[in-house]
Ligand binder design. Structure first.
Ligand SMILES: Nc1nc2c(ncn2[C@@H]2O[C@H](COP(=O)(O)OP(=O)(O)O)[C@@H](O)[C@H]2O)c(=O)[nH]1
Ligand SMILES: [Mg+2]
Length: 284
């Protein structure tokens, strides 16, 4: 992670999020649709409490469409509302706005009964690093001003951004910590690029990714790289991809790291396909 989380930092984060939560009517919990479980904060239910929550399955453009529906049903069965969003092509944002009004209707009616009318509906965003919080804020506010990139932790003084209709969004998202003690979660975060590559060994990561992709379907690698998977090991597969892509160093050997970087990069960009790495029945 770009942030080194330690108990004191986590406690502070939680307190500041709770403070901001008291200012809003609804919270948008952003998660990565390719890894809905792995990209969720472990303490999320406790942090959000009774506040209306909308789960934003972001990067849904990169995730498998059937799996998107499966996850939406899973959340629905847990009594949670979710919405599929793709911030790159601005999909699902109208659903976010519509659901925001329906999920806050009770409160708005209660205020209306007290004579408080047209008070803006206020929302804030929370989520672990790299799920697309900044991009989501930008897309929703249709501005290019807010900072987007892989540098979480930069905070400014809070401001309210006016969104379509009577909706206001807190411009600073709450950045939460991921689940630390689950190896598979760590791997999923690394595959999707949420964890910095320098912290992991690229070769091992790519071998594990190829293995995972093949466990989903041999066709993923076969279609993209036009090779046969068969009984080949991930190592052999990466070598073959490297050869095909002309990743050759002096002496005619395959530049293994270069091949690994191509595969990782193409996976992360969705070029290998729309792939969801975990389904509800695979999590504990
Ligand atoms: N394909 C795709 N990429 C997205 C989407 N939303 C964000 N991203 C990318 O995900 C990366 C992290 O986004 P960012 O907003 O910085 O995440 P944050 O750390 O949660 O604020 C960036 O490269 C974004 O371009 C989306 O809906 N689809
Ligand atoms: Mg950000």
């Amino acid at each position: 992670m770009n942030i080194n989380w330690y108990p004191g930092h986590m406690k502070k984060t939680k307190e500041s999020i709770k403070k901001n939560l008291s200012l809003v009517d609804i919270v948008y919990e952003i998660i990565d649709a390719r890894i809905p479980y792995s990209s969720q904060n472990p303490d999320i239910n406790n942090i959000v409490g009774e506040k209306p929550r909308l789960i934003v399955l972001n990067k849904s453009d990169l995730a498998d469409q059937k799996a998107n529906t499966i996850w939406q049903n899973y959340f629905k069965e847990s009594g949670l509302h979710s919405v599929l969003v793709d911030c790159i092509n601005n999909r699902g944002l109208d659903d976010v706005i519509q659901l925001t009004y329906s999920l806050t209707e009770k409160k708005r009616l209660a205020l209306g009964a007290k004579g408080i009318k047209n008070r803006p509906v206020r929302a804030m965003i929370i989520g672990i690093p790299n799920v697309g919080k900044s991009t989501f804020i930008n897309s929703l506010s249709k501005r290019k001003g807010a900072k987007v990139g892989n540098k979480p932790g930069v905070t400014k003084t809070n401001q309210w951004i006016k969104i379509k209709g009577n909706l206001e969004l807190l411009d600073t998202p709450g950045i939460l910590w991921p689940k630390f003690d689950d190896k598979n979660v760590g791997l999923n975060l690394a595959f999707t690029g949420a964890i910095k590559d320098e912290l992991l060994d690229i070769e091992t990561l790519t071998i594990k990714l190829v293995d995972r992709l093949n466990s989903i379907s041999d066709k993923l690698i076969e279609r993209r790289y036009n090779i046969t998977v068969g009984d080949k090991s991930p190592y052999e597969i990466i070598l073959e991809i490297g050869k095909k892509r002309g990743c050759i160093i002096k002496g005619g050997e395959v530049d293994f790291i270069k091949a690994c970087n191509i595969i990782l990069d193409e996976f992360r960009k969705g070029i290998i396909g729309r792939i969801t790495l975990e389904l509800p029945d695979q999590i504990k």
